[in-house]
Design a protein around this ligand. Sequence first.
Ligand code: ZN
Length: 410
Amino acid sequence: MKKTIQRKYAKLIARTGANIQKGQTVRLFVNVDQYEFATILVDECYKAGASRVDIDWNWQPITKLDYRHRTLRSLSTVQKWEEERLKLMTEEYPCRIFIISDDPDGLKGVNQDKMQKARIAKYPIIKPYRDAIDNKHQWTIAAVPSYEWAKKVFPELSKSQAYNKLWDAILATVRVTEDNDPAEAWRVHNENFKNRSAWLNAHKFERLEYKSANGTDFKVWLMPESRWCGGGEYTLSGVYYNPNMPTEEIFTTPCRGKAEGTLVSTKPLSYEGQLIENFSITFENGKAVSWKAEKGESLLTKMITMDEGAAMLGEVALIPCNSPINNSGILYYETLFDENASCHVALGEGFNECVDGFENRTNEECEALGVNDSMIHVDFMIGAPDLCITGYKDGVATPIFVNGEWASEV
Ligand code: ZN
């Protein structure tokens, strides 16, 4: 991929994505094989006004070695210096930029039990810091291709052909072309999100009903305070940023403990570097009570039983079948993209920022209203060409989706 277009993309990430403020610090999370793109991105971060860019270099093969050779006790320890760094985040509120390029199968063979136990052990130490920066800083997730990921997406192509094709596909989804102004394209995109969210918020639906011939037959209740969001967001101090690049979803956080029926997945789910395929989950009283999967069932069980909130929903998201990502026909094996191809829900943590007036509510208050809490937040796809979603308010039914598309124009 040409350096000029990579720079255009890096600039978009730094300014439209993270919207780095003058003098702000940046934490960049990136894989070591992406050092070339990282160099361009760091340059663009400084040009956007960053005062310091700290980089967290990652490499899946080393992560794998860590899980193999370190004891559970060692993996479960949050080192003093790591905690200091978390503390620093609550003082500096840095922009966090995550550049994804992992091999979707890159952690295959890792002991899932060990991974899960280590994560559970570290969570109570990490959580207070995580809560303390929630909605107070900008963050953005974007992707660049790696050879391994590209080969997974396009197995029929040569390594370099697959790599170039994945670059093209990524740039198309984030609205970067040779001759456009991507920042302007995102402005228009965000305007559309605003109109659609406003329509949904005006209807104040109490409950949504999902039906599809594949077996999806599902009801989920929203909180009176649930607010639909999409596209860019504001930090509490009023900085506008785009957390996901690409993004096509309008989403909200449902009421914990209020969902009934069955959801059938329509795309494979890549979780912890492994795939779960052709699965369905049945809910009672808002909780997943039974599930099955053709592939990866034990991993699905691990995920759902991770903690109490992992069996409950934290997100419902609407995306028409006629979305650029879905139309590309590409399965990315990466949630950042695949979640934007199709309507989905997420198990696990809900979004406080999807609660009306969240700015003036504490985390505990949001939780008391019905926002789910969990260590995980995992999206899975349920969109289908015949999916119908109906919204209910005071007994009145309003079609939201008919046959996989928005029922009405706004
Ligand atoms: Zn989502």
